[in-house]
Design a protein around this ligand. Structure first.
Ligand code: SAM
Length: 419
């Protein structure tokens, strides 16, 4: 009779949509029945919510066991028993024992405990939405009713929203928490897919973007028309140095209340003058957020099939600037010391001076036959790689008309991918 009553109630409720709510489970008892794959998937979010979790199950997957070992959950290593849900706010019933699931579900109904069931959504009093997070917001997608349940579709909607927010194709401007001031964003080596998720989001929220020649220029085309895009190389500098003029432009736009992104190639702090800009902003009292980027020094060799380290070949790599010749008094690089290193040498901004650099390295003991690769416009459609040795690189680079931007890799790792 009681069972009939429950069936009747359920049929009545079936037509109504589920009511979405966010449970604040911190410090509250949550019971999970069953330690299999479902528990393994659901437990991390319950742990993150701070719930006081009790797992009731004779067995558990190694991952769930690790959560118990780490003290994140309490594991009662036995089958479900009536009374396990006493004092419980929320239950997840997901064991492989149908009788135990039914009994636990009945106890939940009796004790007015919201209960999710992995084996019978229709019999459950709560459903788990497909969830994802993006910048402090939880996106939760729930099927409206049992008839319309299509978990793959809800997951696909969740993915579309979260991905869109992350990559900036779905723009939801922050109002109260919009990042103020200037964001120094490392744009990566050039391929627009190689900017970070945070960088892309900030770009999507910008009013003004001041961009370098290097970096993901393609992303600028995607910005809405109201966004002012300024080419850093074209900022007139009159009585200032070019860098000072850029700093001033950043400060001016930020002071006008604009969300400003300073988009730089690679990482802002690898030969990127990022700290000079951060310091100028700090002096002007403008908040500055730094977003790291993928540096060309590692990614461009990688894109051309060259690992900067390789087991048994190189245990170190050194990144140097080659923008001034080794005998130039402004050079801060200890080239004789570099010639003695066994590892990989990565030279940025070195195309013009590669002849002098190679000569200096050989003069200080580096083998003339050390392999060298020049990778021009790495990660872009125009990427090309030119191989040589220290002895031949100046002539080879000239003959092949290698032009900046190029990363030059010197060392035995150059030959690793080609073997
Ligand atoms: C001023 S430095 C900036 C480096 C940048 N901050 C980084 O982390 O990649 C410019 C030099 O980086 C290298 N570079 C940057 N992007 C490159 C790319 N896509 N292909 C080859 N070299 C690149 C070149 O050596 C170029 O002359």
């Amino acid at each position: 009779m009681a069972a009939e009553h429950v069936e009747h109630e359920r049929a009545e409720h079936d037509d109504h949509p589920a009511y979405p709510v966010g449970l604040r489970l911190s410090g509250r008892r949550v019971v999970v029945i069953g330690g299999g794959q479902v528990a393994q998937r659901r437990l991390p979010a319950l742990i993150a919510a701070g719930a006081d979790i009790v797992l009731v199950s004779p067995s558990a997957t190694p991952s769930v066991e690790a959560m118990a070992d780490a003290g994140e959950i309490t594991w009662n290593k036995r089958p479900y028993e009536d009374g396990d849900l006493a004092g419980t706010w929320y239950a997840l019933v997901a064991s492989s024992d149908a009788d135990a699931n039914n009994a636990a579900s009945a106890e939940a109904e009796r004790t007015r405990t919201w209960c999710v069931r992995s084996d019978d959504a229709d019999a459950a009093t709560a459903w788990t939405p497909a969830t994802g997070r993006s910048e402090g917001v939880t996106v939760a997608v729930l099927t409206a009713d049992v008839q319309g349940r299509d978990p793959r579709h809800t997951a696909a909607i969740r993915d579309a929203v979260v991905e869109g927010l992350r990559d900036g194709t779905l723009v939801a401007r922050h109002h109260r928490t919009r990042t103020p001031g200037v964001a120094l964003v490392g744009g990566g080596p050039g391929d627009p897919d190689l900017i970070t998720v945070r960088g892309r989001r900030l770009l999507a929220e910008a009013d003004v973007v001041i961009a370098d020649r290097l970096g993901p220029r393609d992303l600028l085309d995607e910005l809405p028309p109201h966004v002012e895009v300024i080419d850093a190389a074209k900022i007139p500098y009159g009585r200032y140095m070019a860098q000072e003029a850029i700093n001033n432009a950043l400060i001016e736009h930020a002071k006008a209340g604009k969300a400003v992104v300073r988009l730089k190639g690679g990482d802002p702090f690898v030969f990127g003058r990022g700290m000079e800009e951060a310091q100028a902003l700090a002096e002007a009292g403008i908040p500055c957020t730094v977003v790291p980027g993928i540096s060309s020094s590692i990614s461009v060799p990688g894109a051309a099939g060259i690992p900067v380290t390789h087991r048994g070949v190189a245990h170190e790599f050194t990144v140097v600037s080659g923008h001034v010749a080794p005998d130039d008094e402004r050079s801060l690089v200890d080239w004789p010391a570099l010639a003695r290193l066994r590892g990989t040498l990565v030279v940025l901004m070195g195309v013009d001076k590669i002849g002098a650099i190679a000569q200096t390295l050989i003069a200080h003991g580096k083998a003339a036959e050390t392999p060298v690769a020049l990778v021009q416009e790495g990660t872009t459609a125009a990427q090309r790689r030119v191989d040589a040795t220290l002895a031949t690189v100046a002539e080879t680079a000239r003959a092949a008309d290698v032009r900046p931007p190029a990363v030059i890799v010197i060392g035995d790792v150059v030959a690793v991918g080609t073997k």
